[in-house]
Design a protein around this ligand. Structure first.
Ligand SMILES: C[S@@+](CC[C@H](N)C(=O)[O-])C[C@H]1O[C@@H](n2cnc3c(N)ncnc32)[C@H](O)[C@@H]1O
Ligand SMILES: O=c1cc(-c2ccc(O)cc2)oc2c(O)c(O)ccc12
Length: 357
């Protein structure tokens, strides 16, 4: 297409401008959400128990009164994104109606003290240090580094975590909050996946949230969490839960099944085959239980594809990983010597994939 000229109608110029603007300013939705979480808006509305008016919200958040109108504008954009609902309530004093805000199903997941809150994961994903590598993506395309994260920091993400206790903690808390969420569904809806097993090892199992949920739901099952030494240092196990510090590329303790939740998407094909071969050695005739995305560009709805594509670029940016289609998963399994697999799409954008030798 030629550069816009006098032949183009105004609309032919304005529509693409609005499309590009939409993409350019999309980060403002993430940052507005971040401010709402940092201010504790979901918590304040939850604590209020009823729809909360703007002035009640301003009081609850102890914000500078001069910023009340800014709070109105922050709430307006977040209502637009369906993070909060706006309802009319009657005002006792003068019988007028007043606008008030309530939580939606989405913002209920951002209430900090709720057991299934994923506020810690949201804070990892939009933390300034975490977002920084994205500013180096173009530079990375031209250099020899494995990831934009490496271009920015000169080390990979796991080395960064080993050197920075605060970052390590923030990242692991983020992962744990997601694991809390996923394991609550896993032990309820996927009992059949664990039935008959006597032992499992959760490889890269972090703080052990999934292993604890599985150990609690299936008391006869012996669970081991294998993760990097700095991640499991000081963590206490229980009768049927043990933490082991180590490297999954070197050794995975033997068990009837290996769990790999949000592990494979972190790595390149070559590294995934190495990890899966180690899993195969560990399980004998058992199985590998993977929790990750299966991308389907044709069948999934637009929003789901958009989020999966964002995750794919996130994985490319922070650790040379990727989100895979079913064909890419099947190729990985076959390269690592597995014969069969079964995908259960039970976790929204993610699936449970059982892989058999
Ligand atoms: C994206 S996190 C996922 C954590 C957890 N499975 C979850 O979903 O919440 C990846 C995990 O892999 C661990 N990890 C990275 N390299 C590892 C290695 N070589 N051996 C064992 N664990 C490793 C990290 O420490 C981290 O806990
Ligand atoms: O949700 C995330 C976010 C990250 C992340 C983002 C930005 C950085 O600079 C580093 C890490 O990493 C994740 C990850 O490794 C994962 O397996 C799942 C989710 C996320």
């Amino acid at each position: 297409m030629a550069f816009p000229n006098a032949v183009d109608s105004s609309q032919e110029l304005l529509d693409p401008q609005s499309h590009v603007w939409n993409l350019i300013y999309n980060y403002i939705s993430s940052m507005s959400l971040k401010s709402a979480i940092q201010l504790g808006i979901p918590d304040a509305i939850h604590k209020h128990n009823n729809p909360i008016t703007l002035s009640q919200l301003a009081d609850a958040l102890s914000i500078n009164k001069a910023k009340s109108h800014a709070l109105f504008r922050l709430m307006r954009i977040l209502v637009h994104f369906k993070i909060f609902d706006k309802v009319n309530i009657s005002n006792d004093e003068d019988e007028d109606e007043e606008e008030a805000y309530s939580l939606t199903r989405a913002s209920r997941l951002l209430v900090r003290d709720e057991p299934l809150s994923f506020t810690p994961l949201a804070l990892v994903a939009i933390d300034a240090i975490m977002v920084d590598p994205f500013h180096h993506m173009a530079e990375w395309f031209k250099d020899a580094s494995p990831t934009p994260f490496f271009t920015r920091n000169g080390i990979n993400m796991w080395e960064f975590g080993a050197n920075d206790e605060g970052w390590n903690k923030l990242f692991n808390e983020g992962m744990s909050s997601d694991s809390q969420f996923v394991s609550s569904i896993l032990v309820k809806e996927c009992k059949h996946v664990f039935e008959g097993l006597k032992s499992v090892v959760d490889v890269g199992g972090g703080n052990g949230v999934v292993a604890k949920a599985v150990a609690g739901a299936f008391p006869g099952l012996k669970c081991v969490v294998l993760d990097l030494p700095q991640v499991v240092a000081g963590l206490e196990g229980s009768e049927n839960l043990r933490f082991v510090g180590g490297d999954m590329f070197e050794f995975i303790p033997p068990a009837d099944a290996v769990i790999l939740k949000w592990i494979i998407h972190n790595w390149s094909e070559e590294d995934c085959v190495r990890i899966l071969k180690k899993c195969k050695e560990a399980i004998g005739g058992g199985k590998v239980i993977i929790v990750d995305m299966v991308v389907d560009y044709e069948k999934q709805e637009q929003n789901a594809i958009q989020t999966q594509l964002c995750f794919d670029v996130l994985m490319m940016t922070v650790m040379a990983g990727k989100e895979r289609t079913e064909k890419e998963w099947a190729d990985l399994f076959s390269s690592a010597g597995f014969q069969n697999y079964k995908i259960t799409p039970i976790l929204g954008l993610r699936s449970v994939i059982e892989v058999f030798p």
